[in-house]
Write a new protein. Structure first.
Length: 333
């Protein structure tokens, strides 16, 4: 059934002489509204009742459509009940704009889009980002950015996680316009429910960021979790909590100088640690024998300052070319 049309209104008459002529025209005008437009309006109402179903059977409290539509009328939104190029064919069909999106494809559609772009002159304050905002944002924009970040752009997402103004915000660095992208580095923070304050940015550690240079500020770790290194003085490992372990190279010495009933090396070996300790307080060490010899042993004396130690080797008989290795454990901050 096609939508009924409405005939044009007749011209509104103007008073003329004689009066009977005006009365006749006014009667014809009222007859048009009372009969013709009434029938046209009734036909339009019949069309609505036969072809339209209003939500809850009413709009603004006025019943317009059928409360109980006839059989075979479109009453339930089903994934396969409508189609066409403007409708998402599957959860992976995200090409093009202005598509009617399936519920199972809403996330895929959202993640396929580039989102917002906030360049260096956008004046987009990240502290005021609205829940649902996501896109590439220049660090030249105002707001509190994470310290220690790398790059000039971050993929920034702001997600509501509870009522009020509570949101989780993530900034991932690593965008690159050409060539191989840098290893992504992600930071996150949370805003209070009343919107008055943000938590400090916290780095999200991954396989790519566990190893690196450790650092701290006021006792709070600000760098990698584990740092390893080596030089001519041996190897070291530093942990984010402040623990440091140093291992020396091997030393070979003659244990031939009499020391009472024992023998020792002629003078202690000075070991400069491969990485300095915070201080000698709490610094402990161990000297181990290498190889399969059990004829000698060693002791370590830590020196003030946390940079050096002295190793003395002992034996119950004089021996030449005895080898030991030392280890020291303490704190780097």
């Amino acid at each position: 059934m096609s939508i009924p049309g409405f005939s044009p209104f007749p011209p509104i008459p103007k008073r003329s002489t004689p009066e009977a002529d005006f009365d006749a025209k006014m009667y014809a005008l009222f007859q048009h509204f009372a009969v013709t437009h009434r029938n046209e309006l009734l036909a339009f109402i019949e069309f609505l009742e036969s072809n339209v179903t209003a939500i809850e059977g009413a709009i603004n409290g006025v019943s317009v459509g059928l409360t109980h539509p006839e059989a075979a009328k479109f009453t339930t939104l089903a994934a396969d009940s409508i189609g066409g190029a403007a409708v998402q064919a599957s959860d992976g069909d995200v090409a093009g704009d202005a598509k009617l999106v399936r519920m199972d494809g809403a996330l895929a559609a959202a993640l396929s889009r580039g989102g917002q772009y906030q360049g260096a002159s956008a004046a987009y304050n990240i502290d005021d980002a609205a829940p649902g905002d996501a896109g590439l944002v220049s660090v030249s924009n105002p707001g509190t950015w994470p310290s220690g970040n790398s790059g000039t752009f971050a993929w920034l997402t702001t997600q509501r996680i509870y009522s009020g103004e509570t949101v989780l915000q993530r900034a991932t660095f690593g965008y690159q316009s050409t060539g191989t992208p840098a290893t992504p580095v992600t930071f996150e923070r949370i805003r209070s429910s009343d919107g008055s304050a943000w938590s400090p940015w916290s780095k999200v550690y991954s396989q790519a960021s566990i190893l690196g240079t450790v650092s701290e500020s006021g006792g709070t770790p600000t760098g990698a979790v584990i740092e390893r290194g080596s030089n001519a003085n041996g190897e070291y490992v530093r942990f984010a909590d402040g623990t440091q372990i140093c291992v020396s190279p091997d030393w070979s010495e003659d244990v031939t100088t009499a020391a009472g009933a024992l023998y020792r090396n002629a003078s202690p070996i000075t070991w400069t640690f491969p990485a300095s300790f915070y201080s000698s307080n709490g610094l402990t060490g161990h000297v181990g024998v290498t190889g399969n010899s059990e004829t000698h042993w060693g002791v370590m004396r830590t020196l003030s300052g946390g940079t050096d130690a002295q190793i003395t080797m002992f034996g119950h008989s004089p021996f030449t070319n005895r080898t030991v290795r030392a280890m020291a454990i303490g704190r780097w901050f």
